[in-house]
Design a protein around this ligand. Sequence first.
Ligand code: HEM
Length: 626
Amino acid sequence: MVIDIHNHFFPAAWPDLSERYGTPDWPWIRHTEPGKADIMVGDRFFRHIYSACWDPEVRLQEMDRDGVEMQVLSATPVLFAYDRPLEHALDCARLFNDAALELCSRGQGRLKSLCQVPLQDIDAACEELSRCMKAGHLGVQIGNHVGEKNLDDPGIVTFLHHCADQGAAVLVHPWDMLGQPRMPKYMMPWTVGMPAEIQLAVVALILSGAFDKLPTGLRICFAHGGGSFPFLLGRLENAWHHHPIAHGDCQFPPSHYLNRFFVDSAVFDQGALQFLVATMGADQVMLGSDYPFPLGEESVGALIRASRLAQQIKHKLLAGNAQRFLGLESKSSEKRDSDSATPAGALAQPTQIQSGSEQLTYSSYLKIPELLELQQPQSSPQHHDELLFIIVHQTYELWFKELLHDLDAVVANLQASRTNPASRDEVYEAARLLRRCTEITRVLVEQFTILETMLPTHFLAFRDKLEPASGFQSEQFRELEFLCGLKDEKMLRYHRPTPEAHAQLERRLRNPSLHDVFFEALQALGKLAALPAEATERERFAARARAVQSLYQDEQDHRDWIDVCERLTEFDELVVSWRLRHIQMVERTIGVNMGTGGSAGASYLKLTLEKKFFPELWEARTLLMK
Ligand code: HEM
């Protein structure tokens, strides 16, 4: 399955818009020879196009040639008409929206469309979107600005809310580029102006705090790889941290919001694609070609296919992410962060697990054949116990995935509780999910006994095949530590060989931890006073411990919060038990020898027993006795 979410069409003919509206300079099509045409704007040449723009047969042939299963086509920004009177822009939008559906109806189910709306008038834009969604469009393509208004304009944000309500995918396309008097030649509005326009759109949405208010269910994508945004994210982040004026109105640093939007893959360079995936995450990038225009990808999807990205990531970029973006597949199947960040009470998206007429079975739903393919022993001839070794590790990783999923949701709930400390729902939900985390961790502690049925000699029979792979490289284990608040940047070095894992861990380092949000929530509750900037870390620690102490002393009023504290304490306790059982198993298997990751083995691991996620919860016990 390959889905291209960014490509364009023009109908073969449409009414003379200048005559229809009585105003000059509307786009029109001039057929020059069979299969070829020019788009004109008034009497000015705009672009050469060919029959793939209007002829579904040509399109389907070229899709077959490139191995593309589905295209989601949009009109071309030159038709947006945001600067025209509303009645003309609306009529024009309807003409081309209906033309898109007509073209798709001849596409053997492989052509889908995004509509356009008169974004200069929010009511009319919402109405046309609703009409189009009913008629069969999958979403909308909008320009990245409307005259002087950026995407953070309150009206446009209202429109984005409406898109989320309607389940419409939103593709943001650059247009009407800034600085054109200084770019008269060399296609610079396309090569310089467009990337800057998109960067401006993303930055405006983030810094205005729009993402803090928009529902997490909004599916929005920025064309052309997010323009210059991903490459300059570091610069933006630096400004955010060092200049209060650059903060804008968003709650978190800009990188916190990367999982809130998608970008397409139209970057035309392997290095750029690698960088894009490493920066945005493999769940946020998807195939977009700009086909069939002159600056589009010649063989659609070739850049992704030829990349050195792992097969699994290529699948995401070629189809999986687009299915999520378009609402064609279960939102829960692939994406970790944004789904799990749904606070208590938020409705889950409707789940459409499969498309087409294929009937769901136990096996297809759970992907059993794929799952059973994933155990690939290295020993040859295969050592009997290596299968157990692989399965036990894989099971741990699956549970780590679930823990991250649940803990992210705990973080989201505690954050939500801050905005409304009087509401108890989010606190109950956080405690309920934490209870699940402790039960999972209890299983994780127990599981080592299964591995201990393997004799040390049997492990030694295939151990040399494992080097230099090591538990140090478990990305999810480290994510769990970072998410809970134990952020040791040095551990990133074990993830240099895997850029996506490295980038994900860097994101975890930057994002607020469970520890942070828990104490911020206590602050909002009035239990923890803000300390002066010059307060030492020791004083801050003592204040946090006292805040917990006062919760316990006020049991009558804070049973829900005490429950959260108890669950966090239990989780902390169980993770230490996990560390201890792991060490015992390591000693039982390899004695005090070095690990495959180069550490001193058990004696190194013993040092980690001191680690606690929430030391203040333990300190509070000491204080309660004083
Ligand atoms: C025969 C079985 C195992 C042995 C001999 C073993 C050995 C070791 C050793 C020696 C280390 C220290 C790093 C190094 O030098 O490589 C380590 C770390 C680690 N191992 Fe294991 N391990 C085993 C099974 C497991 C299992 C089943 C898991 C489950 C996920 C696991 C997860 C980890 C993790 C997450 C670390 C990093 C711990 C930290 O940094 O605090 N190990 N292991």
